[in-house]
Write a protein that binds this ligand. Structure first.
Ligand SMILES: *Cc1c(COP(=O)(O)O)cnc(C)c1O
Length: 374
């Protein structure tokens, strides 16, 4: 049996008529950039999150740095985040001209550890940038409390957890801006690149709208800006898919529960942890081996057996070659959890179109490896 890591084409086929109809509407409208389909999707995305605004942009990285810029975060400012994330989190901080300060992640959730944040705050700190990693939202209540106490902004990197929720709060509710990505491999993905900022902050809404479109609010009038727009054809795909996101996320949760039940007896593996009262939507189902050598062995074993397992992310940002490339980045305090996560993580196949047979086959192979591991 071959178990793939993605189900993009299967997903397209499952709602083909809805996607095709939306794309046709755009093609026939003659309005392909900043048109009515984009406006419609932005309205739907804001309604989904219960926020005042949603602004479509070119990708998730732009969503982050445009938000930083809209909040006045730039040269000389520090943003506290984690190193066990996709590279773009730090990249966006650097594009805005600010300094990334890395603290450790929580041992069980792998999201930023609120207990590590306060010690890293300096007079230059402007923002906390939690990443809702693998589909689980970070401890936003604790993060918001620290931010309020020290008058800091919170910008959520939510490229991985659209539709997840915390214990009594929604993603996007406790921050100044929430940023997401619509590249195809995310839970809500288009057939290409895309991103959005979701916010209740009127200034962020106004400034990001202006910055993404050459600094223009009115035809022919410009201030400083860029080109980072979400094309209407992508908005068409996303509008069709947004109607299914909760149903797809729930299938992910069910498949995750099947993995967790099947792998419960493994002697050398750590399984994903869901915080009490949280709604984890399993963008990825990430297990950890007890040692980094074991990770490479398990990954090789699974790939050999036909299971397309991967790693997110085997090289943490501070471990990348050439770090910090002259950027003024800094690690505040020890970061053993982030380094352990990077060294030992394995992502098992996880997408809504994955079958139970494919999950069971993957479980069987993982257990076969575990039985022989030390
Ligand atoms: C995918 C991702 C991004 C970047 O999104 P792009 O659309 O590729 O720019 C940022 N942060 C995290 C955590 C991601 O997973």
């Amino acid at each position: 049996m071959q178990v793939p890591f993605y189900g993009h084409v299967k997903q397209y086929h499952s709602i083909k008529s809805e996607i095709d109809a939306n794309i046709k509407e755009v093609l026939e409208s003659g309005q392909y950039v900043m048109g009515p389909m984009l406006a419609r999707f932005e309205k739907e995305l804001a309604a989904y999150h219960g926020t005042k605004h949603a602004i479509g942009v070119g990708n998730g990285t732009d969503a982050l740095w445009l938000s930083f810029m809209a909040l006045g975060i730039g040269t000389g400012d520090e943003c506290i985040t984690t190193t066990n994330t996709f590279f773009a989190t730090a990249e966006a901080i650097w594009i805005a001209g600010a300094t990334a300060v890395f603290v450790d992640s929580d041992a069980r959730t792998n999201c930023i550890d609120p207990a590590a944040i306060e010690a890293a705050i300096t007079p230059k700190t402007k923002a906390i940038v939690p990443v809702h990693l693998y589909g689980q939202c970070a401890d936003m209540k604790a993060i918001r409390k620290i931010a309020d106490k020290h008058k800091l902004f919170v910008i959520e990197d939510n490229a991985q957890s659209l539709g997840a929720a915390g214990d009594g709060f929604k993603i996007g509710e406790l921050s100044d801006a929430m940023c997401t990505s619509f590249i195809i491999q995310k839970n809500l993905g288009t057939f290409g690149d895309g991103g959005a900022v979701v916010t209740n902050n009127d200034q962020v809404d106004r400034v990001v709208r202006r910055l993404r479109n050459h600094g223009s609010e009115k035809r022919s009038c410009h201030s400083y800006g860029f080109n980072s727009r979400l094309d209407d054809i992508h908005a068409a795909v996303l509008s069709a898919k947004l109607k299914h996101i909760d149903e797809w996320n729930n299938v992910r949760r069910k498949l995750a529960a099947r993995y967790t039940a099947g792998l419960a007896g493994a002697k050398t593996l750590t399984l994903p942890y869901e915080m009490p009262g949280y709604h984890h939507i399993f963008h990825l189902y990430v297990i950890e081996t007890s040692k980094p050598e074991g990770r490479d062995q398990l990954l090789g074993f699974l790939n050999q057996a036909g299971v397309d397992a991967k790693c997110h992310y085997p090289i943490a940002i501070h471990q990348q070659e050439g770090y910090p490339w002259g950027k003024d980045a800094r690690i505040a305090g020890p970061i053993p959890n982030s380094e352990r996560n990077a060294g030992c993580c394995v992502s098992l196949p996880m997408f809504p179109e994955l079958t139970e047979q494919e999950v069971d086959f993957t479980i069987e192979k993982v257990l076969e490896w575990d039985a022989r591991a030390e």
